[in-house]
Ligand binder design. Structure first.
Ligand code: SAH
Ligand code: SF4
Ligand code: F3S
Length: 448
């Protein structure tokens, strides 16, 4: 009989990718996916450790699942509970101590071994814990990817060697690793054959990519992007997340030369203060970031930027915070993520003495988000009247409405009698709403 798997995903896009791959790994065991835990035979929580709030969510969710598992047991049924991802990696033992009803705890680098873990857990006799960093990468053992939808993620690089002082990722994902070029191209071709027209390459520090090429040499991200653009049917390419220090000249050049590459770049800066950037171990200053943005915009004048910010990093003064506001005003971002600094166990910044008071963090976050939100709204308003290529991927809320994404990731909706899913269509933007744009079809020739 078919078994049902429910995967709940927290955190970043790589976790979204990993969740889909875990489902691929378990499919040969007869597991099909389901939308909720109620009718599942197995539940995987794919967790995130990046901030305290993200981590704590796991334990509250486990509390709910414990009740469900017990109810099932009363009916003589088994619900296998697994905790995967970055909390599992960082706090595996702690999870088993606080939640002994969990059957499997596995890190981000071992999920190719899930079939063995499930077999072991089914034989009963204690929980399975596998948070290794295996010598051989999991990618060599994963089954072929299953394409879903028109836009897909593809992990090309994982782990990080940068060790920003606030960040858990180097500890939870391990050392930086780049997948070989042929494996990436094969996965991309398979996705495109399955109907995908947009691929977002993923990596914790994706522009540090240096995978082995078919010629035996290390290829840069730029070279990989160029090769991907040669796949017929692949209309759009994106990549995320980039570290400013790893933006090379050839990467800037592909932004100029490759029409497939969307003019939208997520380039986290975290802070606009040199003193704080130094304490964060970001290894660049604000002048470097501003000059980099200039070079990118010279190469691709319609490029828009997105970023991440942390407020209230230890020692951040009013003057440091003002420097962040000033950098934001100078650059102008169209989409952003901003967070209060959250001390993470084991990271160097958590041990710093001059932690910023919660109330100050809150006040700064509100001020920064107001400015960032103004910039996003101003950008959206400036899009009205423009013609943009929109990739449609699903039906909208109203009958006849279709929903897609602009090159800048803005949701765009349109009334159309046609099923436009999977097509890139020129759209004239007619209005902005708080979280989306509205448009009408524009003539093919109008498309910029
Ligand atoms: N690989 C990405 C970072 C992933 S984490 C990169 O290098 O940019 C995503 C974002 O979470 C980071 O950019 C940072 O802004 C935020 N973040 C990471 N650790 C944090 C912490 N301890 N407190 C608050 N925000 C944090
Ligand atoms: Fe974390 Fe990104 Fe810094 Fe790596 S580069 S340590 S993933 S913030
Ligand atoms: Fe979270 Fe791990 Fe991603 S900590 S942000 S799920 S790499």
């Amino acid at each position: 009989m078919a078994k049902k798997l429910y995967v709940k995903t927290y955190g970043c896009q790589m976790n979204v990718y990993d969740s889909a791959r875990m489902a691929d790994v378990l499919a040969p065991l007869g597991f099909g996916t389901t939308d909720g835990p109620e009718d599942a035979d197995m539940v995987i929580l794919n967790t995130c450790h990046i901030r305290e709030k993200a981590s704590e969510k796991v334990f509250s969710e486990l509390g709910r699942l414990k009740t469900l598992q017990a109810a099932r047991a009363r009916d003589g049924e088994r619900l296998i509970l697994a905790v995967a991802g970055c909390v599992a990696q960082a706090e595996g033992e702690e999870i088993l101590r606080r939640a002994p009803f969990v059957d499997i705890v596995l890190g981000p680098q071992t999920y190719h071994r899930l079939p063995e873990m499930v077999a072991q857990a089914s034989r009963a006799g204690g929980a399975v814990l596998d948070t290794d960093f295996p010598e051989e990468p999991k990618f060599d053992h994963l089954p072929d990817v299953t394409a879903q939808g028109v836009s897909a993620f593809l992990s090309v690089q994982e782990g990080c060697d940068r060790f920003c002082t606030f960040c858990v990722v180097p500890y939870t994902r391990g050392a930086e690793y780049s997948r070989p070029v042929p494996a990436v191209l094969a996965e991309a071709r398979r996705l495109v054959e399955g109907g995908v027209v947009e691929i977002t390459l993923l990596g914790q520090n994706v522009n540090a990519y240096h995978g082995e090429g078919p010629d035996g040499r290390d290829w840069s991200l730029a070279r990989l992007l160029d090769a991907l653009a040669g796949i017929p049917g692949l209309a759009r390419i994106r990549y995320t997340t980039s570290h400013p220090r790893d933006v090379s000249d050839d990467l800037i050049a592909v932004h100029r030369d490759l029409p497939h590459l969307m003019p939208f770049l997520h380039l986290p800066v975290q802070s606009g203060s040199d003193r704080i950037l130094e304490r964060m171990n970001r290894r660049h200053d604000r002048a470097f970031y501003l000059a980099l943005v200039d070079r990118l915009k010279t190469a691709r004048p319609d490029l828009a930027l997105s970023s991440d910010f942390i407020v209230g990093f230890p020692g951040e003064s009013d003057a440091d915070f003002s420097a962040t506001l000033d950098l934001v005003r100078r650059v102008g971002f169209v989409q952003t993520y901003s967070f209060k600094y959250s001390p993470r166990p084991g990271t160097p910044a958590a041990a710093l003495e001059d932690q910023v008071a919660e109330a100050v963090k809150e006040e700064r976050l509100a001020q920064l988000q107001a400015l960032l939100n103004d910039q996003t709204q101003a950008f959206n308003r400036a899009c009205v009247g423009r013609v943009m290529p929109v990739l449609f991927d699903r039906a909208g809320r109203h009958p006849g409405q279709v929903l897609g994404r602009s090159p800048y990731m803005q949701p765009v909706h349109l009334d159309s009698g046609e099923n436009l899913a999977g097509r890139v269509v020129p759209v004239r933007i007619t209005a902005t709403h708080p979280n989306s744009l509205a448009g009408i079809p524009a003539g093919e020739r109008e498309c910029a």
